[in-house]
Design a protein around this ligand. Structure first.
Ligand code: C5P
Length: 244
């Protein structure tokens, strides 16, 4: 990234394990925060109103509810959430071509109806909790995880979805196959001295961005830190040494 780019725009902090009040108290500690991830836990705990509250604080929202349903239901839901102003919205790539196409169109229409910019749908490829043994056994899939990730990213790109979620290990190959503006959003980011938590395949932030990640999703290294503002600054500085 260039020295003029603000690294805070590359970091999405996952507000996991929080209720409404905790989430609002947490973000008040990070004045330079730009992006937050609202996942199922916070969304169900706090209700959809949390999205407006976060937007009112000037934050950009990555809504990670991982939609997967029949095309009609999935696209109607995408239309609704696009009206909430979420700028990044996850859908499961394995929902298939018809559901992805219809959802992408519906999300654009939803945002347009309320005069908001078009959100970007991100296709979930393979959740990082799968390992190669249970993936093929439980799902009867003959692809390796890597092949499956490539396949679903390709499907998403072909139908006009704006990007995908992938692990840091797949960033390099996916960036080669799908140049910008296709977005690669990547969890599993740690400094070498961070705890791994339940992440098994991690990468440091600088390397993930250098390999082509568009944005990094970071949770516990910031949210569970005794000094979240300092932890956030450390991630930003690692992406741009001019940041302080
Ligand atoms: O591990 P961390 O707290 O940084 O997680 C940030 C995000 O990464 C979580 O919100 C979750 O969506 C995702 N995650 C993942 N695989 C895991 C654990 C978390 O992709 N094993």
């Amino acid at each position: 990234m260039t020295s003029t780019q603000n690294p805070a725009d590359k970091i999405i902090v996952a507000l996991d394990g929080m209720n409404r009040n905790e989430a609002l108290a947490f973000i008040s500690k990070l004045p330079s925060l730009q992006w937050v991830k609202v996942g199922l836990e916070l969304f169900v705990n706090a209700g959809p109103e949390i999205l407006e509250e976060l937007r009112d604080k000037g934050l950009k929202i990555f809504l990670d509810l991982k939609f997967h349903d029949i095309p009609n239901t999935m696209s109607a839901t995408c239309k609704c959430v696009a009206r909430s102003g979420a700028q990044l919205i996850t859908v499961h790539g394995c929902a298939g071509i018809k559901a992805l196409k219809q959802s992408n169109k519906a999300a654009s229409e939803g945002a347009l109806e309320v005069g908001l910019p078009q959100p970007t749908l991100l296709a979930v490829t393979v959740l990082s909790s799968w390992d190669s043994n249970n993936f093929s056994r439980d799902l009867a899939i003959n692809h390796t995880i890597k092949e499956r990730v490539i396949w679903l990213a390709d499907l998403a790109s072909k139908v006009g979805i704006g990007g995908c979620i992938c692990s840091p290990q797949e960033v390099k190959i996916l960036r080669k196959l799908h140049p910008e503006p296709f977005q690669l959003v990547t969890p599993g980011i740690r400094f070498n001295d961070d705890q791994l938590d339940d992440q098994s395949r991690v990468m440091n932030p600088r390397e993930a961005i250098d390999l082509g990640a568009s944005r990094l999703v970071i949770g516990r290294p910031i949210t569970a830190s005794s000094d979240p503002a300092k932890a956030f600054r450390r991630f930003c500085s690692s992406l741009n040494s001019d940041y302080d």
